[in-house]
Design a protein around this ligand. Structure first.
Ligand SMILES: [Zn+2]
Length: 245
């Protein structure tokens, strides 16, 4: 619906949102969550999250496409971790790892990453991957049945589908098409929230330098960072139409 292309979707978004709430709370309970009252980093993550979520809610409402964000109950949390990572579960459950912040260096660049992760969620990329995983790994079992019969395996597939794979082992990368979509929409989302999309270029250059050897989710499917940056430049004129500082 957000991307305009046909996507495999065997799972109801509402079911994934329900599962996300449980998994999100479990993740927060197992990790050190920074309070936005005492941490400037957490306050920044909250601010960027609020600006992006408000901007895109307003946008989809104005287009008569409220259903894109149906069931979303946004939450933004910052966890202390060396990992360079961020993700967004179904229904707008976002986590930013403190390890990302030395690479983003600014609120603008953080907005580029959060825009990218939120775009994966809005474009239902996790649903696509979860649907593929249910077909490939569990013979096309319905989510409800998979959860009842193989709870651990199903939870692991869910975490992998949303880029939360470090504890589960091998990361299931987003496809290059999904990455490109997330880059394109992420730029627009950041721009709509009043963040300069042009910050994406120096950010991805820093990211490319920082990720040597162990690429985070953002980079893992891109053999060439130059290709990503070239595409970002192509998307820039469109994103700038949505930008006013
Ligand atoms: Zn991505």
């Amino acid at each position: 619906m957000a991307t305009g292309r046909n996507q495999l979707s065997l799972v109801k978004e509402s079911e994934l949102q329900l599962m996300a709430t449980t998994q999100y709370n479990a993740f927060l309970a197992e990790n050190k969550v920074l309070s936005s009252g005492t941490s400037r980093d957490a306050a920044m993550v909250d601010r960027v999250g609020a600006r992006i979520s408000n901007a895109i809610t307003k946008y989809y409402d104005s287009q008569g496409k409220e259903s894109v964000l149906e069931g979303y109950k946004w939450e933004f949390n910052t966890v202390e971790s060396k990992e360079i990572n961020a993700w967004c579960m179904p229904g707008g459950k976002v986590v930013v790892y403190t390890g990302l912040l030395p690479v983003t260096q600014s609120e603008q660049a953080l907005a580029i990453v959060m825009g990218h992760e939120i775009a994966h969620s809005v474009a239902k990329h996790g649903n696509e991957r979860m649907s593929q995983a249910l077909v490939q790994q569990l013979g096309g079992m319905a989510l409800e049945i998979a959860l009842a019969q193989k709870p651990k395996e199903t939870q692991d597939l869910f975490l992998l589908s949303y880029g939360i794979g470090s504890e589960v082992g091998a990361m299931l990368p987003f496809s290059r098409q999904q990455e490109t979509e997330a880059d394109q929409y992420g730029l627009i989302f950041a721009a709509m929230a009043g963040y300069d999309p042009r910050e994406a270029i120096p950010f991805w250059e820093r990211m490319s330098a920082a990720s040597g050897g162990n690429p985070p989710e953002f980079l893992s499917t891109h053999p060439s960072d130059a290709t990503r940056i070239r595409k970002l430049k192509q998307f820039m004129p469109e994103a700038l139409k949505y930008y006013s500082p």
